[in-house]
Design a protein around this ligand. Structure first.
Ligand code: C2E
Ligand code: CA
Ligand code: CA
Ligand code: CA
Length: 275
């Protein structure tokens, strides 16, 4: 039994060092990726529920890794956050989104809004808003084309600084969305003081429409809250017609999900919804 135990330990220890090695090399790869600009953005459309009209898109980062292929953010965002690489990564994402909007503008295609995910560390940098303004203005893009998606987690990390930054962003002319709403525990008292344009209902709730009446109750509550506070509500992760019907019947404002459009490369988005 002792030998077995030892054997097991060795297996685990090998696995462990393997993982450590893998994440170390991924970190090196990510540094190279940032230098060589291997990141790109896919865009997922968002629609108004009543009119069916295109409201905008969410920019979702991808990494074209030279050996591993196209990586989704689940495979590298956490590492980027742990290593501070999320700051340069976040700026590249914003730059890419600006370049894309400029390119759509040049082609005469009207993209009403592009939503960009902002990580807590980036938002909480003191010079974030000034740098963002400089970047967006340099491409001669209207600031209200951008919606910045932030999470409850960010607000809980440093409520006072987050509040200050959000108000600066709002005064500068950007739209602000609270992402994954319902999964954190932000106080409603704080919520009413945040300058928000949109609440995004997390897909964990959308998924259980028709299956779990408690999740449906949460969705109805978020829609009512948004309406009371004058904030638009968007449901994420809409995959079925039944989910879409429920949201429509209950006066949700807007939707995003595989049923209506997957995240795609900009050229494909152009073909699908912008032409
Ligand atoms: P998120 O902001 O909640 O983005 C929505 C995620 O749900 C995306 O995954 C999207 O592809 C996926 N999705 C959209 N519609 C559906 C659907 O109908 N069904 C299902 N099952 N999934 C759907 P993705 O692209 O893998 O991104 C994962 C997360 O990575 C994002 O979650 C966001 O938190 C983070 N992320 C993505 N891009 C960036 C970025 O540029 N910067 C930062 N900091 N984080 C990012
Ligand atoms: Ca998001
Ligand atoms: Ca989300
Ligand atoms: Ca999420």
């Amino acid at each position: 039994a002792k030998a077995q135990g030892k054997n097991r330990y060795m297996v685990h220890s090998e696995e462990f060092s393997n993982q450590t090695f893998q994440s170390f090399s991924l970190e090196q790869d990510l540094r190279v990726a940032l230098e060589q600009r291997q990141l790109l953005l896919h865009y997922q459309p968002q629609f108004d529920l009543k009119s069916g009209e295109l409201l905008g898109t969410e920019a979702l980062v991808r990494w074209q890794h030279p050996e591993r292929g196209l990586l989704a953010p689940g495979e590298f965002i956490e590492l980027a956050e742990e290593t501070q690489l999320i700051i340069p990564l976040g700026w590249q994402v914003i730059e890419l989104a600006c370049e894309q909007v400029a390119s759509w503008n040049e082609q005469g295609l009207k993209m009403p809004c592009v939503a960009v995910n902002i990580s807590p560390q980036q938002l909480l940098q003191m010079d974030f808003v000034e740098k963002l303004n400089a970047l967006v203005d340099s491409q001669r893009i209207s600031r209200d084309t951008f919606e910045l998606e932030i999470t409850e987690l960010m607000i809980m990390q440093d409520p006072d600084l987050a509040m200050l930054q959000l108000h600066k962003l709002r005064e500068s002319g950007y739209r602000i969305a609270l992402d994954d709403f319902g999964t954190g525990y932000s106080s409603l008292d704080r919520l009413k003081h945040l300058p928000l344009d949109r609440l995004k209902i997390d897909q964990a709730f959308t998924r259980d429409i028709g299956r779990n009446s408690r999740d449906e109750a949460v969705i109805l509550t978020i829609i009512a809250l948004g309406s009371a506070l004058g904030i638009e509500v968007l449901a994420e992760g809409v995959e079925t017609q039944a989910q879409l019907d429920f949201l429509c019947n209950n006066a949700c404002n807007s939707v995003q999900g595989y049923l209506l459009g997957r995240p795609v490369a900009p050229d494909q988005l152009t073909l699908e919804v912008l032409s």
